[in-house]
Design a binder for this molecule. Structure first.
Ligand SMILES: Cc1ncc(COP(=O)(O)O)c(C=O)c1O
Length: 388
């Protein structure tokens, strides 16, 4: 097998708009830190894009999740229900609150939290006492549901909101990978109590590092804003209401974000074109199922992914090794968090689909700037790597 000549990375930023201009503006005006006009502008523009009244920019998506969970009322000793199939940051943010995750399964269509098993866990393993959901076996309060929109595809949010509506449970949505996606016509990130975005380097828009908390609830927004700025109540006298965090995004990063957001629609079109091209190139190749979108979803295809047939060809790890040796930046799906050493003693419930997806899944190179020729090289390398 021969490589493509030069490596095709998994996902690199595409800085093709006003990034230089806006960053220069920061340097020219001396607004380089977390005060400065681009921070508020970025918050307002992302909020308008998603259609929520409040947005608070943060230093990264993990910090966004941390403060979102705190603002949703998650306390030390609480339990938070979360799909096992997600990036480690989702679980870490729960741990930062002194709470513990209960890892649940994903469903096959969206790869997001399985609503049926979530409802089943709540009815079999929990009871509602004094307006709290209590986990029978541990006596701990289940405070929140933390669904995740994976690879640019929304989870089945209405089903999850319906479950939360029947219980005293806050919904904190990890939409880090799904800015710009739509669920039943609604923008992802506007529905739960609070949702979180990431602008990490490989995300659909990037600020280098960065994140944002979105909410319709003014109290949640105020708490998040306070927690991200060291909980400084009195700006003049430096009075701090509680122990907060230095989690604000800088003006330079926000300047990048404003420039990137101007290109978001074009980036989504580019990602969708990449996914469609891969589908066309891989159509009919035995041993593969390409991850597409549910009838109710408009995915951004942030990271086009596929599943290997269980019965044929090499396993996912062998395939990945072959692709990486050929210079193709393919990646495995997220390793389910219940399989992470850091969470080896966490509570789990009926996790069956997530490890199967992990064992069979991989994501393909998907930079916004990937060329049709590069996509053809990826598909050719994949087909040749599938040969025994
Ligand atoms: C699902 C998910 N949650 C949270 C994060 C954390 O975001 P960040 O890297 O900006 O901290 C990421 C991405 O990195 C992610 O993919």
């Amino acid at each position: 097998m021969t490589g493509p000549g030069r490596a095709i990375p998994n996902a690199v930023p595409h800085l093709a708009g006003n990034e230089w201009k806006y960053v220069k503006e920061c340097l020219d005006t001396n607004w380089v830190s977390s005060a400065g006009p681009f921070v508020g502008r970025f918050e307002r523009e992302v909020a308008a894009h998603v259609g929520v009244p409040h947005a608070v920019a943060t230093v990264n998506g993990t910090a966004a999740l941390h403060v979102a969970l705190l603002a949703a009322g998650v306390k030390p000793g609480d339990l938070v229900l979360v799909p096992a199939l997600t990036f480690m940051a989702t679980g870490n943010a729960i741990a930062y609150c002194g709470a513990e995750p209960v890892f649940l399964d994903s469903e096959e269509v969206s790869w997001g939290l399985d609503p049926e098993k979530t409802a089943d866990f709540l009815s079999r393993e929990c009871l509602v006492k004094a307006r709290h959901v209590v986990h029978r076996a541990t006596g701990r309060v289940v405070r929140a549901l933390l669904p995740v929109d994976l690879y640019g595809h929304p989870c089945d949010l209405d089903a999850i909101l319906e479950i939360a509506g029947r219980h005293p449970l806050a919904v904190v949505e990890d939409a880090a990978e799904a800015l710009g996606a739509r669920y039943r016509g609604r923008a992802v990130g506007g529905d739960g109590l609070v949702s979180c975005l990431s602008f990490n380097g490989n995300k659909i828009i990037t600020t280098g590092g960065g994140g944002m908390v979105l909410t319709r609830d003014p109290e949640v927004a105020a708490r998040v804003r306070s927690l991200t700025t060291q909980a400084r109540g009195d700006a003049l006298e430096f009075v701090h209401d509680e122990v907060g965090f230095n989690y604000r995004l800088t003006n330079i990063q926000a300047a990048l974000g404003v420039a990137q957001l101007e290109q978001l629609d074009a980036f989504i079109e580019a990602k969708r074109a990449t996914a469609a091209h891969y589908r066309e190139l891989l159509d009919g190749v035995p041993g593969l199922t390409v991850f597409t979108e549910a009838a109710w979803a408009r995915s951004t295809y942030w990271m086009p992914s596929l599943l290997l047939d269980e019965r044929r060809g090499p396993d996912m790890r062998a395939l990945l090794r072959r692709l990486n040796a050929a210079g193709i930046g393919a990646r495995p799906l997220w390793r389910p968090l219940n399989l992470q050493p850091a969470f080896k003693s966490a509570l789990t419930y009926r996790i069956e689909v997530a490890p199967r997806l992990y064992d069979r899944g991989l994501s393909l190179p998907c930079s916004v700037g990937i060329t049709p020729e590069e996509r053809r090289l990826v598909a050719e390398a994949l087909v040749s790597a599938l040969e025994p």
